[in-house]
Design a binder for this molecule. Structure first.
Ligand SMILES: [Zn+2]
Length: 199
């Protein structure tokens, strides 16, 4: 990938001038194609003749994607209060803080959506029939970012669990089973490594 600096020049088709024009790379705010927001201060090719943005170089794509990602709505589910306690206890046990909760959820959902051997989705459905699956849904779990929605949809296909809330509830109960009850050494090791490298 060629990396452009502010001030570098090039040539590109300008749709405003309807011609190939010399361009200069400058910092510009780029609006989303849906019009609902802008990415601020990214390097873009600007037409020297009319001042319009004519191109964004590949190097700007990750910054643009990051903003789109942050704008994306989180996946949410209402759950019984004890499920939050389970997540906090698991997080505390793995990392010494409750800040690790979102990562544990994403780790589990991602691993299971890829049909992982250590964190297998095969018995996920069973947790929904357990006593801990019941209770008044008074708390909210919100998971943001990454490929979470895609992973949840894949997991729905693999487990035949249809609702997002049921997926999240069953994942929480699997975390309870693996980390707090059975203390599965392989999963705990993997998650502790993640915690040590990210927190
Ligand atoms: Zn132009």
């Amino acid at each position: 990938m060629k990396i452009y600096k502010v001030g570098d020049t090039s040539k590109a088709v300008c749709y405003t001038c309807k011609a190939v024009k010399p361009t200069t790379f400058k910092l510009r705010d780029i609006p989303f194609s849906d019009g609902e927001g802008v990415v601020k201060n990214v390097i873009a090719g600007v037409c020297d003749a009319c001042g319009e943005v004519v191109a964004t170089p590949p190097q700007s794509t990750p910054s643009i994607k990051k903003v789109i990602e942050e704008k994306r709505k989180p996946v949410e589910a209402r759950v019984p209060a004890h499920m939050i306690d389970i997540l906090n206890c698991a997080s505390y046990e793995l990392s010494g803080t409750v800040d690790f909760v979102p990562t544990i959820l994403k780790f589990y959902i991602h691993k299971m959506s890829s049909n992982d051997k250590v964190v297998s989705p095969s018995k996920l459905q069973l947790f929904l029939g357990s006593e801990l699956a019941t209770g008044k849904k008074v708390k909210r779990i919100s998971i943001k970012g990454g490929k979470i929605l895609q992973d949840i949809n894949t997991l729905k296909g693999l487990t035949k669990i249809e609702s997002t809330t049921d997926i999240i509830k069953s994942v929480v109960l699997k975390i309870n089973n693996d980390i707090l009850t059975k203390k599965n050494k392989r999963v705990i090791k993997q998650l502790k490594d993640v915690a040590a490298s990210t927190l």
